[in-house]
Design a protein around this ligand. Structure first.
Ligand SMILES: [Zn+2]
Length: 356
């Protein structure tokens, strides 16, 4: 629960899950009354009611074990100092000097509620929050993956687009590091430290099919309904039980029945893409909402569930909420930084990582 080592009468703590200031106080033999007085002495002191996991807290005692002062790390650069002199508490905010060159700044976001809320609290602008969610969307599901105590480190050189984004999970050894690089056309994209693109490419088709039985078209005569309907999807005729693959890396957002589509799997790919696989006979084993899948991983098997005349896969590709023709819409190609610029990129990455 609480870990500390004592340096004479100075105690250093790193906040762990479930810790509270009253626990530290009782551990050091300090009274609840003292704690209540401290918290009520100044409105700012009430920020100690909610300690952030991973932040540092220092408590100093006089040699007679009476409270002298405490320092709490509010964020990467600001400390809250509270000292007790002549029975009066004084509160002081201390801004630390930046640890990296003056042309860049680092913002730490500690996850307490959600990335959006916590980043705003840390002073990150709305556009930058969106950019970060987008940049990491192929690696991280912001709705399901984040845990209290996770941390983001956002390194910026003043523009809205961070130069580096680091996600550090509270789970050991789980981190994602992405770095911005501007290509010769002036577009900035994010890459991993090796210069590889973060987005997944897409398979040409989600299965080995016999033929395309219905293309993407705005008007189609429906053989069961006997009416004209748009068909903004591709139907692939295939044998019953043919494996169906996820066309790109992604996260399962639905596995279940959905009206005329029968048994369906829906997958979110990064920020902008969703794919739909319908009329399945059954699902792949161990598939569930929130599960991450790889490009070409089997997610189900061809069937004829729902409103269907025979075994086929009905496949939809959605881009930014709109249905696109999967046969002609070209999702982003997976491009890495070209060799001519790779050394320059890696030098920038090393500089950023060594400044942390
Ligand atoms: Zn269809």
């Amino acid at each position: 629960m609480v870990s500390a080592y004592a340096d004479h009468s100075t105690y250093y703590f790193t906040i762990k899950r479930g810790d509270s200031l009253s626990q530290y106080f009782s551990k050091l033999g300090l009274s609840n009354q003292l704690l209540a007085n401290l918290l009520s002495a100044n409105k700012s002191n009430q920020r100690l009611n909610q300690l952030a996991i991973g932040h540092k807290l220092t408590i100093r005692l006089h040699n007679n074990r009476r409270f002298k002062s405490l320092t709490y790390q509010l964020n990467s650069r600001t400390n809250l100092n509270i000292a007790l002199n002549d029975n009066r508490f004084s509160t002081l905010f201390n801004r630390q000097p930046k640890r990296i060159p003056s042309d860049s700044s680092t913002t730490w976001v500690n996850i307490n509620h959600s990335f959006g809320v916590d980043a705003q609290k840390a002073g990150v602008g709305f556009n930058t929050i969106n950019l970060i969610v987008k940049a990491l969307s192929w690696q991280l599901n912001f709705n399901t993956d984040l845990k209290k105590g996770d941390q983001f480190i956002i390194i910026s050189n003043g523009s809205e687009k961070p130069t580096a984004i680091i996600y550090q999970s509270i789970i050991k050894n789980k981190s994602i590091k992405v770095f911005a690089y501007q290509n010769k056309h002036g577009n900035t994209h994010y890459y991993n430290r090796l210069g590889h693109s973060l987005s997944s490419s897409f398979l040409e088709a989600p299965l080995k099919y016999k033929h395309i039985s219905s293309k993407f078209q705005l008007r189609r005569y429906h053989p069961i309904l006997e009416t004209w309907h748009p068909h903004r999807a591709v139907d692939y005729a295939a044998n019953y039980g043919t494996p169906v693959y996820s066309t790109a890396n992604g996260v399962i957002t639905k596995k279940g029945r959905k009206g005329a589509l029968g048994k369906v799997v829906i997958i979110q790919h990064g920020f902008d893409y969703t794919t739909v696989y319908a009329h399945l006979s059954r699902y792949a084993n161990n598939l569930y909402k929130g599960k991450k899948v790889k490009k070409a991983q089997i997610i189900g098997y061809v069937g004829s569930t729902g409103r269907s005349t025979g075994p086929h896969l009905h496949y939809e590709l959605h881009y930014k909420g709109k249905r696109k023709n999967p046969l002609t819409h070209k999702p982003p190609a997976q491009k890495s930084i070209d060799s001519a610029n790779l050394q320059d990129f890696k030098a920038k990455v090393d500089k950023i990582l060594s400044s942390l």
